[in-house]
Ligand binder design. Structure first.
Ligand SMILES: [Zn+2]
Length: 164
């Protein structure tokens, strides 16, 4: 069996997450706030590399059956500590903002909360590029990648998303 690199709860990233969620609670993160979506911020000592690039983080929607049985969160945001250790506080906030933008939680017509994942337009969200520039993480690592959402679990119906 492979050695397991467990992700552990991170007070540091939880604090950054709370700040970022608060900053945007009336606009782009309003749904997370209004629906009471519980996001856990974890760190891992793993330093994953995808296609030759260091992966900074990951956003995972917790499947309903896991949520009910043993994971008391709707989403997990995992930060790969070795790949982000040289980030400035400002860069860490942008990374968290990026990861939170993957969250697509909404209520369907039956009033059920659905947990989807927003993929990015390019390697980053266009809004992040517009606001901070495409190379905002460049000083940290020359070869960064996001590649950080569980695509197999995109529950969102694109048509539904458009009308929302
Ligand atoms: Zn991403």
């Amino acid at each position: 069996m492979d050695e397991m690199n467990e992700a552990i709860y991170s007070p540091e990233w939880t604090k950054i997450g709370a700040e970022v969620l608060k900053e945007y609670q009336d606009d782009k993160f309003k749904n997370i706030h209004d629906l009471g979506i519980n996001v856990a911020f974890l760190t891992s000592k793993e330093a994953p590399v995808t296609k030759g690039k260091a992966k900074m983080g990951e956003c995972i929607a917790v499947k309903k059956e896991y949520h009910k049985r043993f994971i008391p969160h709707d989403y997990l945001i995992i930060i790969y500590e070795p790949n982000v250790q040289h980030m400035t506080p400002e860069q860490k906030k942008i990374l968290v903002e990026h990861e939170l933008m993957h969250i697509n939680a909404y209520e369907n017509e039956e009033g059920e909360t659905k947990l989807g994942i927003n993929p990015h337009e390019v390697e980053d969200f266009q809004e992040i590029i517009d606001k901070y520039g495409a190379d905002w993480a460049k000083d940290v690592h020359t070869q960064m990648t996001w590649d950080d959402y569980n695509e197999e679990y995109i529950e969102t119906d694109p048509q539904e998303e458009k009308t929302a």
